[in-house]
Design a binder for this molecule. Structure first.
Ligand code: ADP
Length: 534
């Protein structure tokens, strides 16, 4: 083995040792009380013991000196895996949960430590592939490699992967750096083992120990980690550029200088563009993630508000209904003369009180319906229903209203009987009442006709009037909650715009359809309900 090469290997030990001390100190001083930082500092101490002994061992000029430093070195390397595992468990917040396991690992490590100065661990030092004092493993040494470097580290990495898959945000970025560190650590650390097993592969990568220590330190010190893809791209571009530059300096002719410089420059330009595009892409992604997060929060708040609104409406409506029922009942009895005769003028006013409280009851019922629908508490009870019967009754009932406005209300019954439909009787009644009521409300001249039809094994109820009509572009939106038409709100100022919304929800619950058609303002409107017969 070339003496210079041995000197180089020993220097890697010195550099790793000094680096570990400096990194360990920085991390420790940053937060002296954090367990994560303390364990990391301890890990650095044992790495320093290992690396500095490594340096002294390779510089040793006699057998005993070399054997002593090899054994010192083993003390450090025996402690590395257990501290590393401890550090990982603290990092992923599982140190408490795995306390027993950790204690066990420390005990095992202590057992190995207790024999590290005996020939069971390192038998002797002898010449191996040019290294004058390479250690020869004792039988315990194999157990130690199996336990510490394979089982213990393997378990730590497995745990890391498991946690990584479910974490997000900063913690995820942090773990990425730890993985990068591991990717460097594996070849660096393990390049020390082949010679112990008579494989001629000197510890070339030993110098990278420093690199992975830096990765870990960065991961726990920085609170805004640079995206790892940027670091990797920069590293890759930088290394290739470096190699190309060295090549340029090694050129032997002017032609080679020109050629290699050109390649170097072209590579630098493209490398720069590549790094820029990676940075841009990551920025965009982060921006998107931020927006998504904000949107989620805003959505959550909106949902809460929406629920509060529904709850409020529901509670308020319940509270309103009871006194309203009492008012209506008493007024109705007064009007019927239960409490004696009254003046015509008072009776007139009493009638108005009755009409107003009736309207209020309808309003409250509508609000309650909406809050039930929106809370998903509305249920349908299906039964076979003879629609023609229902319509006949309703038309008779509502005729009073039509007569008051001096318009007609007719039900054009078909010759053939309409098939029965499977629907919720009360709900369909409410919907039809609403449509006829609206038709009367929004018609000044002419009247309202109700028809039924069958259409592709479906049944239709059609309510058409000769009233104020609908502006075509509003025909769809009238079915939204709290929405009123332009023409409608002019004629009738009191509506809330809930009736059609409730109707639509009721009909859709029963797998039906509801829609409106009109030729325009002043040209009457037609409302359709379509229901399946099966
Ligand atoms: P409201 O009648 O309380 O306003 P609805 O939801 O029942 O609430 O109706 C919504 C809107 O649809 C009404 O404000 C009105 O503009 C329009 N509309 C409903 N029925 C008719 C009709 N037959 N003719 C014209 N416009 C109508």
């Amino acid at each position: 083995m070339n003496e210079n090469l041995i000197l180089f290997f020993s220097m890697t030990g010195l550099l790793n040792g000094l680096g570990a001390i400096i990194i360990g100190l920085i991390v420790f001083l940053k937060r002296k009380r954090s367990v994560l930082h303390i364990i990391f500092a301890l890990l650095n101490v044992v790495i320093a013991i290992w690396a500095l002994s490594y340096w002294r061992w390779l510089l040793a000029d006699n057998h005993d000196q070399a054997l002593f430093w090899v054994r010192m070195l083993s003390i450090g390397s025996t402690l590395i895996p257990v501290l590393f595992l401890h550090w990982i468990l603290v990092l992923i917040n599982e140190a408490e949960k795995k306390k027993l396991l950790l204690i066990l690992c420390y005990i095992m490590t202590a057992v190995f430590l207790s024999v590290s100065f005996s020939s069971m661990f390192v038998k002797d030092v002898k010449e191996v592939f040019g290294f004058p004092y390479w250690p020869e493993p004792g039988f315990i040494y194999h157990l130690y490699v199996l336990f510490s470097y394979i089982t213990l580290l393997g378990y730590g990495i497995y745990k890391l992967f498991k946690v990584y898959r479910t974490t997000t945000g900063y913690k995820r970025d942090q773990l990425r750096y730890v993985f990068l560190g591991l990717a460097i650590a594996a070849p660096a650390g393990f390049s020390n083992f082949p010679l112990w097993y008579n494989i001629n592969f000197p510890p070339y990568f030993n110098i990278f120990v420093l690199a992975y220590m830096s990765c870990y330190a960065y991961a726990i010190l920085k609170h805004r980690l640079m995206d790892i893809r940027i670091v990797l791209t920069e590293f890759l571009v930088g290394s290739i550029a470096f190699v190309l530059l060295i090549e340029t300096f090694l050129s032997r002719s002017l032609y080679e200088v020109l050629f290699r410089t050109t390649i170097f420059l072209i590579f630098c330009i493209f490398g720069y563009l590549l790094i820029k595009s990676v940075i841009n892409e990551i920025k965009r992604r982060m921006e998107l993630e931020r927006l998504t997060r904000e949107l989620k929060i805003a959505y959550g708040k909106l949902e809460k508000l929406d629920k509060a609104k529904s709850d409020f409406i529901s509670i308020a409506s319940h509270q309103l209904r009871t006194p309203l029922t009492a008012i209506k009942a008493y007024v109705s009895m007064i009007l019927e003369g239960t409490y004696g005769k009254m003046d015509r003028r008072i009776k007139d006013k009493m009638k108005r009180v009755f009409i107003s409280s009736d309207r209020l009851t309808n309003l409250v019922n509508n609000l309650l319906n909406v809050s039930r629908i929106e809370a998903g508490k509305m249920e349908v009870e299906l039964e076979k229903v003879d629609l023609e019967n229902i319509i006949s009754d309703l038309v008779k009932e509502l005729n009073v209203k039509a007569e008051k406005k001096a318009i007609y209300l007719k039900f054009k019954k078909r010759k053939r009987k309409l098939p029965d439909v499977l629907i919720d009787k009360n709900k369909i009644k409410e919907v039809i009442i609403n449509l006829i009521d609206n038709a009367i409300k929004y018609t000044q001249k002419g009247g309202v006709i109700v028809k039924t039809q069958t259409h592709d094994s479906k049944v239709r109820v059609i309510v058409s009037d000769t009233g104020i009509g609908i502006i075509p572009k509003e025909a769809g939106s009238l079915f939204d909650s709290f929405t009123r038409g332009q023409t409608g709100s002019l004629l009738n100022t009191e509506g809330l715009g809930l009736g059609l919304y409730i109707a639509k929800r009721f009909i859709e619950m029963q797998n039906g359809k509801i829609w409106a058609e009109s030729k325009g303002k002043g040209k009457g409107s037609t409302f359709y309900i379509e229901l399946p017969t099966k």
